[in-house]
Design a protein around this ligand. Structure first.
Ligand code: URP
Ligand code: ZN
Ligand code: ZN
Ligand code: ZN
Length: 485
C-alpha cells in the first residue's frame, strides 16, 4: 500500500508538543518519529501536525421550521475539510411519532455524500414504548450512544420533564449519554407571544425572548434530572454564564456534566441583532441567541479552566431567502447559523493568537476531548500509531479574510464575513486522503464513512454502581407494634 510522510513539522496533541514526522499507510498512522520516508511527502515546514477537528454538533439537510437547512452532507463536509475539521456528528431527527430506525434510514441516505467521516446522535422528539424499545437497537446495533432532548421549541421538538426523566433512565440502562438543548420552552413561548403582541416582531425580539435565565434554569433542571437518573449529561450550545455556572457547580459536586460553547457565541455578540439591516440580523438568529461580552468572557474562561470541554458550531445554515420566512414575525425565522469552515481558524485566531488558549488546549477542545466524550478515542482525536489518519497540517502564519464568496457552504452569507484569521490548514487529510492542499479543495464525495460509537462502559458503570449503593432501602425494624391496636 502507498505511504505518505508528513515531514518537517511539529506534532501538537492535547498534551504534547514535539518535532516528528508522521507516516501514513492507507487510512492509518503507522509511524511517528524522526527522518521518516515514504512514497509521497507532504511538506509541513513551519506547521503543526494536529488531529483533525471533530465537530460534535451539526444539522445537515435538517427538516426544521418548515424548511430544510441548506448545507447537506456534500457542501457541509466540504466546508468542514476546508477549515481543518475531519469528522462531524449530526443529529438524526425523528418526526413526532416517527420510528427512530426510520429516521436513521433517512440520515443514512443523506450522509452517503459525505467527504469526511461522520457519526450520528439520535434525537428523542417524542416518548412511548416504541421509542423505549428502539433506543436499545440504536445503541446496540447502530453504534449511536448519545440521545438529544430539546427542552425548547414548544409544540414541535420539545419534550416534557417526565419524558426526559424516562429517557435519561433508559440511557442509564443502555450505556448511553443524554444531551440537552437547555432552554425553558414554556417561558420562551410566553415571552415570544407577549413580544409579538406588543408589536416587537423583528429579529432582535428573538434574543429578547430567550434571555440567559431560560437557559440557566433549563441547564440546572437537566443536570438534576440526569443526577437522579444516574447518567452523565452533555449540554449543547452553552452560551451564557447562567448555564456555565450550573455546569461548573455540578462538576465541582462530582457530577459528570459536559458543556459545549459554540464558536459563534465565543466570537460574536448580541449587538448583531441591533443592525438596521433586517437580513443581517435575521441571518444571525439562532437558539440560544448571541450574548454580550460578559457571557463571552465566561465561556473563554470555562475553556481554559476545563469547566467547559469542547467547541462546536451547531452548523445549521439557512439562506437569506429562507430567513425571510419570518419577515413579519421573528418566531418564523428559521433558527440556525453556519460555522463549519470557520470554527478552527476563528478559534485559533481569537483563542491561541490572543493567549486565551494554548495550542494543546486548542487540540483538546476541537478534537481530543470530543473524541473522548463521544467514545471514539483514540481512533479519532489522536496522533498515535494505529489511529485514523484524520490530520490537519496547520500553518500558523497563513492568513485570509472570511467571505461568503469564497466559502464551501451553500448559503449566500457568512456570519463571520470580513473577519481576518491567522492560522489555517496547509493540508487536511481524511483517513489518509489529502482533501485540502494549500487552499485547494480535492474532496471526494462518498469518501466519508459512518463511525460507530460503542456504549459507554466506565462512566455509566461508575454512576450505576454509586446509584445502587446509595438507593433507598427499606429499614428492617424490630419491635413493630401490632397493627390495629
Ligand atoms: O438555532 C439553532 N441552534 N438551530 C439548530 C437547532 C438547535 O437548536 O440546535
Ligand atoms: Zn439546539
Ligand atoms: Zn443544534
Ligand atoms: Zn463533492
Amino acid at each position: 500500500m502507498a505511504t505518505k510522510v508528513i515531514k518537517g513539522g511539529t506534532v501538537v496533541t492535547a498534551d504534547l508538543t514535539y518535532v516528528a514526522d508522521v507516516k501514513i499507510e492507507g487510512d492509518k498512522i503507522v509511524e511517528i518519529g524522526p527522518n521518516l520516508s515514504g512514497d509521497e511527502t507532504l511538506d509541513a515546514t513551519g506547521c503543526y501536525i494536529m488531529p483533525g477537528g471533530i465537530d460534535p454538533h451539526t444539522h445537515l439537510e435538517m427538516p426544521f421550521m418548515g424548511t430544510y437547512s441548506a448545507d447537506n452532507f456534500d457542501s457541509g463536509t466540504r466546508a468542514a475539510l476546508a477549515g481543518g475539521t475531519t469528522m462531524v456528528v449530526d443529529f438524526a431527527l425523528p418526526a413526532p411519532n416517527q420510528s427512530l430506525l426510520e429516521a436513521l434510514q433517512a440520515w443514512d441516505n443523506k450522509s452517503s455524500m459525505a467527504h469526511c467521516d461522520y457519526s450520528f446522535h439520535m434525537a428523542i422528539t417524542w416518548w412511548g414504548e416504541q421509542v423505549f424499545n428502539e433506543m436499545e437497537t440504536v445503541v446496540r446495533e447502530r453504534g449511536i450512544n448519545t440521545f438529544k432532548h430539546f427542552m425548547a421549541y414548544k409544540g414541535a421538538l420539545m419534550v416534557q420533564d417526565d419524558e426526559m426523566y424516562a429517557s435519561f433512565q433508559r440511557c442509564a440502562e443502555l450505556g448511553a449519554m443524554p444531551m440537552v438543548h437547555a432552554e425553558n420552552g414554556d417561558v420562551v413561548a410566553d415571552l415570544s407571544a407577549k413580544l409579538l403582541a406588543e408589536g416587537n416582531n423583528g429579529p432582535e425580539a428573538h434574543a429578547y425572548s430567550r434571555p440567559p435565565q431560560v437557559e440557566g434554569e433549563a441547564t440546572n433542571r437537566a443536570i438534576m434530572i440526569a443526577d437522579m437518573a444516574g447518567v452523565p449529561l452533555y449540554v449543547v450550545h452553552t452560551s451564557c454564564e447562567e448555564s456555565h455556572e450550573a455546569i461548573r457547580r455540578a462538576r465541582q459536586a462530582g457530577k459528570r456534566v459536559y458543556g459545549e460553547p459554540l464558536i459563534q457565541h465565543l466570537t460574536l455578540d448580541d449587538s448583531e441583532y441591533a443592525n438596521p439591516d433586517w437580513d443581517h440580523a435575521a441571518c444571525r438568529v439562532m437558539s440560544p441567541p448571541f450574548r454580550n461580552k460578559q457571557h463571552q468572557d465566561s465561556l473563554w474562561a470555562g475553556l481554559a479552566a476545563g469547566s467547559l470541554q469542547v467547541v462546536a458550531t451547531d452548523h445549521c445554515a439557512f439562506t437569506t431567502e429562507q430567513k425571510r420566512n419570518g419577515i413579519d414575525n421573528f418566531t418564523l425565522i428559521p433558527n440556525g447559523t453556519g460555522g463549519l469552515e470557520d470554527r478552527m481558524p476563528m478559534l485559533w485566531t481569537y483563542g491561541v493568537n490572543t493567549g486565551r488558549l494554548t495550542p494543546n488546549e486548542f487540540v483538546a477542545v476541537t478534537s481530543t476531548n470530543i473524541a473522548k466524550i463521544m467514545n471514539i478515542y483514540p481512533k479519532k482525536g489522536a496522533v498515535l500509531v494505529g489511529a485514523d489518519a484524520d490530520l490537519v497540517v496547520w500553518d500558523p502564519e497563513k492568513t485570509k479574510t472570511i467571505t461568503a464568496a469564497a466559502q464551501e457552504s451553500a448559503i449566500d452569507y457568512n456570519v463571520f464575513e470580513g473577519k481576518s484569521v491567522k492560522g489555517l490548514p496547509r493540508f487536511t487529510l481524511t483517513r489518509g486522503r489529502v482533501a485540502v492542499e494549500d487552499g485547494t479543495m480535492k474532496p471526494q464525495q462518498g469518501h466519508g464513512k459512518f463511525v460507530k460509537r460503542e456504549p459507554y462502559q466506565a462512566v455509566n458503570k461508575a454512576l450505576s454502581t454509586w446509584k445502587e449503593l446509595t438507593s433507598p432501602r427499606k429499614v428492617e425494624r424490630t419491635g413493630i407494634p401490632a397493627s390495629g391496636v
